[in-house]
Design a protein around this ligand. Structure first.
Ligand code: ASP
Length: 323
């Protein structure tokens, strides 16, 4: 019966009616002061870039894509996009995802030779019936969309990789620049949230390894009724607890952004203990924003920082930590 009622309602409403409903919904959302937060020091310049859109009433999604693209295209940033450290075979492979306030998602993983994976992820979201495309297929799709092939392995990253080859010891080191993702989440003046996450992943990873960053729910999650969150650090651990989704759910159940992040970090620690696994070299950081524009972060260990930009300026903050 209720299905029939829905059917009649939808038919009567038609597309004009739905459009009017969308406008009504937008009007009923409270106007908000825009704010954007992003992981690590490079978040400062990413935020500046994002603010060019967000500060002039642009959408969170457009602002965030623009902000993280800047870091992807900067060869001096060695953990994202162009200049990112390669895998153990010397190949730079990139992971990225994006999510908007309506629940639209797009993602690419293990993408080679394309400088701006976040924009490919956005194209997956907007132009395909899928949500995630990986490897050769992602590159093929990117080329069809007009992206160009580029050698992403800079001489600096190549030299570092050749040095590593001498010992080939894979040991991720916390907070030292051999990994780090740019995760960015923000709120726009219409009260809509958005987020993006992009990385070259762990340096010297196995070829084909995919971390948390392109996985919706792990590296990023956005729920316009609760908040948005993103993650950085050892992706395997973030995936294990579906980290960003967990943080957003925590906010949905009433926690502040910082507490929501802290509870997710505690869950990761709990699983280390339960598995009897070594976590002496692991770092994890979560970053979150709620629908009121309140922000917070929490890490497993000391050393995680994030940048926050609102109308009063752009500042770097140290996250609190568990250990
Ligand atoms: N989370 C990323 C990955 O596991 C790396 C990082 O943020 O440092 O690929």
């Amino acid at each position: 019966m209720s299905k029939r009622r829905d059917f009649i309602k939808n038919t009567l409403l038609g597309s004009a009616g739905l459009l009017a409903l969308n406008h009504l919904e937008a009007a009923s959302r409270k106007k908000r002061k825009p704010v954007v937060i992003s992981t690590w020091n490079f978040g400062l310049k990413a935020n500046e870039e994002a603010w060019k859109v967000l500060g002039s009433s642009g959408s969170a999604l457009d602002a965030i894509e623009k902000g993280v693209r800047l870091i992807e295209s900067d060869p001096s940033e060695r953990s994202v996009g162009l200049g990112g450290r390669p895998d153990r075979d010397g190949v730079v492979t990139l992971d990225a995802c994006i999510m908007d306030h309506k629940g639209n998602i797009g993602s690419v993983a293990a993408l080679e030779k394309i400088e701006n994976p976040i924009s490919v992820a956005r194209a997956v979201m907007e132009k395909t019936p899928h949500v995630m495309i990986v490897g050769a297929g992602a590159q093929q799709f990117a080329l069809q969309q007009g992206f160009e092939l580029k050698n992403l392995l800079t001489p600096e990253s190549e030299a570092e990789w050749r040095e590593w080859l001498k010992t080939s010891k894979y040991k991720p080191v916390i907070n030292i620049e051999n990994h780090d993702t740019i995760g960015m989440v923000g709120l726009d003046s219409l009260g809509n949230l958005g987020g993006a996450c992009t990385t070259s992943g762990l340096a010297w990873k196995m070829h084909g390894r995919v971390g948390d960053s392109p996985i919706i729910g792990a590296g990023l999650y956005v729920d316009n009724e609760a908040g948005a969150a993103t993650a950085t650090g050892h992706g395997e651990e973030v995936i294990r607890v579906v980290g960003s989704f967990r943080v957003v759910q925590n906010m949905k159940h009433g926690m502040s952004p910082k507490k929501a992040c802290a509870e997710a970090v505690k869950e990761i620690k709990k699983l280390f203990v339960r598995r009897g696994a070594d976590w002496s070299n692991t770092q994890i950081g979560f970053l979150a924003i709620n629908t009121r524009g309140e922000t917070g972060a929490f890490a497993l260990r000391k050393g995680f920082n994030y940048a926050e930009h609102d109308s009063t300026g752009n500042v770097l903050k140290d996250a609190e930590f568990l250990l």
